[in-house]
Write a protein that binds this ligand. Structure first.
Ligand SMILES: [Zn+2]
Length: 162
């Protein structure tokens, strides 16, 4: 638990948080799906992330993360927010289409990985939007950038060996 807490606190960027998602799911459920690709795009703000069914892709709303960054100025909050969004979509990608299944499971995995009192566990319990409820998000400027792919450490290593 301590290990995951400090990894989440210190994670530099989306790729490292994404690795923590995969590792905590492996620890809690003994499940892993290889070859998933993470994309970043600036999407409408009511959308956190999505997994297009039948693909290996998860798309994260970079604009929304930008707002959390500007509003909270806290790396831990940003990382916890990204973690919960990605964990949710990853659980869908692991073959659980229903929200009723994914939400309690995301809470359970967060609690096992970070502890009951941790912000990630709270966001899993109350929903990641709870972080934004007191923030006037329309006043924050959001750039519209092109979609980008996050380097996958797993695949990068494979390619290196090949
Ligand atoms: Zn969902």
């Amino acid at each position: 638990m301590k290990k995951y807490r400090s990894r989440l606190e210190n994670a530099q960027g989306f790729g490292e948080v994404w690795e923590i998602v995969k590792d905590t799911v492996k620890s809690s459920l003994d499940e892993r799906r290889v070859g998933m690709m993470l994309f970043l795009d600036d999407l409408p703000l009511r959308l956190g992330a999505y997994h297009p069914l039948g693909t290996n892709n998860i798309v994260l709303n970079r604009a929304l993360v930008h707002i959390v960054e500007v509003a909270t100025k806290s790396k831990l909050l940003v990382n916890a927010f990204v973690y919960i969004l990605l964990l949710h979509e990853y659980l869908h990608a692991l073959g659980r289409p229903s929200e009723a299944q994914v939400r309690p499971l995301a809470y359970k995995i967060s609690r096992q990985s970070f502890g009951e009192d941790h912000i990630a566990t709270k966001l899993a319990e109350m929903g990641p939007w709870s972080l934004l409820k007191d923030i006037p998000i329309d006043v924050i400027d959001v750039p519209k950038r092109v979609m980008e792919i996050v380097k996958d450490f797993e695949r990068a290593t494979e390619r290196y060996i090949v």
